[in-house]
Ligand binder design. Structure first.
Ligand SMILES: Cc1ncc(COP(=O)(O)O)c(C=O)c1O
Length: 479
């Protein structure tokens, strides 16, 4: 790769090159250990004599900015890490738009430098059980397809093969009937929600979200300029009677309410659909982990019950494969389809073709279904173990909430003390156990102290040992 240097005129060439390279090292653009081009390459690149570049390199080596290794090349000296970064210049630009300055940090990421020994982090999946060999084959296939295809941008709605695979999967497994043309491939559920907000909202519009609810969805809607009204949930799901009449979007997680975990009852689903139909509101159904249902009868998705065309169905591969894949999809109601496709194109042209082609093959060749079956069995065992620990060993302090699906459980912290949640988290952390509070996911409703236990990233041995540790740590707390 060429190093970026500019030469003005033909005077003081060595000095110009010297100053720019030295400045690059000092301000960190040239990282410690980075290899520089040879003096011959640099001379050709800049149109100067080889002697000029040789003199510059010798001087920088003598001054300690560069190191040369015989027969290997010239590198930025490792010691340069000690140089302090240049302080930022006083702001010349206007600050960002107020809305963006005031948005909450939607997606806080726990520091992963030193993860707890037993980590019940939510939103992660078990990569050790992912069939990377099969995935590698699918990626190789995708690379071959890509190499043969003419270069250029692709359909913003996604690769036909993947849209077909998703539509078949949804019809078969989720009872969502759609044509492949209705599916728009996105970068996860997050982009799907963002696209829907862009095309369905006007500034100041009211939207309703579950309370407690999924913070990144709420923030996405706030970012679209909406007035977001938190609506309480009860054991059946969002309380339809409390929806603001002027809401233009209602965002819900019917398969597995986030974070509490209960499914939305059929009665409530029908009431919500009826409400949306009467008010002309769009329902965003986020079916983020409904693939993993462990008990009870399956309840029809809102999309499949929707006779009026008011539901946008959102899905993701973040829980079934892993979140770094960044693949999800949305099936908007027909009248929003073209605008959503356009919004996708304006946002990022389209999702990565190679990933889409690999994923389509992974699905169409049956690997995905096989992986789901395996993970379902594994997560069922983990869930049973965790539930048992919560209901027995940990019952003096915690009460698990009913939940029939997904890859996390929530347990309420016993007692009314609002500080109890933080206290339990701190005790657990000191004992090497990572558990995560949910009280921050309430907006207006009175928050109830609770803990989220993800079991996607911790195996049965870890669950057993982590629960034991937690019990010992909490044993010292007044129950
Ligand atoms: C409610 C909810 N929706 C969606 C997602 C996944 O989002 P994405 O597909 O953008 O990774 C999650 C992940 O934790 C979630 O909890």
């Amino acid at each position: 790769m060429n190093v970026h240097l500019t030469i003005h005129g033909r005077q003081g060439l060595a000095g110009q090159i010297y100053r720019q390279l030295r400045a690059g090292v000092i301000d960190g653009r040239l990282a410690p250990g980075e290899r520089l081009p040879s003096t011959r390459e640099l001379a050709t690149q800049l149109g100067v004599s080889r002697k000029t570049t040789l003199d510059v390199f010798e001087r920088l080596v003598a001054e300690g900015y560069l190191r040369s290794r015989a027969g290997d090349g010239t590198f930025v000296a490792e010691e340069m890490t000690r140089l302090a970064p240049r302080p930022p210049r006083a702001a010349l630009l206007r600050p960002p738009v107020e809305l963006w300055e005031s948005l909450p940090d939607a997606l806080p990421m726990p520091s992963r430098d030193r993860p707890p020994e037993f980590d019940f982090l939510g939103g992660v999946t078990d990569k050790a059980l992912f069939p990377f060999d099969q995935w590698r084959r699918c990626v190789s296939h995708a690379l071959r397809v890509l190499a043969r295809a003419p270069g250029g941008y692709r359909d913003p709605a996604g690769e036909q093969d993947l849209r077909l695979a998703v539509s078949r999967y949804l019809a078969f497994s989720r009872a969502v009937v759609c044509n492949w043309q209705d599916v728009i491939v996105t970068q996860g559920a997050q982009q799907a929600i963002d696209l829907l907000a862009r095309v369905a909202l006007r500034p100041g519009d009211v939207v309703a979200v579950e309370d407690p609810g999924y913070p990144p969805a709420r923030t996405s809607l706030l970012a679209a300029g909406a007035t977001v009204v938190p609506v309480p949930v009860d054991g059946d799901g969002i309380v339809v009677d409390r929806l603001p009449a002027e809401a233009r979007i209602v965002y819900v997680t019917p398969s597995h309410q986030f974070p509490l975990g209960m499914p939305m009852s059929l009665e409530r689903r029908l009431a919500l659909l009826d409400w949306a139909q009467r008010h002309g509101a769009l329902i965003v159904e986020d079916d983020y982990d409904g693939e993993f249902r462990f008990e009870g009868r399956p309840v029809e998705s809102l999309k499949s019950l929707d006779q009026a065309g008011v539901v946008a169905y959102v899905g993701t591969f973040s829980k079934t494969i892993f979140p770094e894949l960044r693949v999800g999809y949305v099936i908007p109601p027909a009248p929003l389809g073209a605008a959503t496709r356009r919004a996708k194109q304006i946002g990022d042209r389209h999702s990565c073709t190679m990933t889409q082609t690999a994923l389509a093959k992974f699905m169409l060749d049956g690997y995905f279904a096989k992986h789901l079956r395996r993970m379902h069995k594994e997560y069922a065992a983990r869930r049973a173990l965790l539930r048992h620990a919560l209901q027995h060993e940990l019952s003096p302090w915690l009460t698990p909430l009913p939940s029939s699906a997904g890859i996390h459980l929530v347990a309420e912290v016993r007692g009314a003390d609002p500080a109890a949640e933080a206290m339990v988290i701190a005790r657990a952390a000191a004992a090497g156990v990572g558990v995560y509070g949910i009280s921050g996911m309430y907006v207006a409703s009175r928050s109830r102290p609770g803990l989220l236990f993800g079991y996607g990233g911790i195996g049965t041995d870890g669950i057993r040992a982590g629960a034991d540790r937690l019990k010992t740590a909490l044993g010292r707390l007044p129950s």
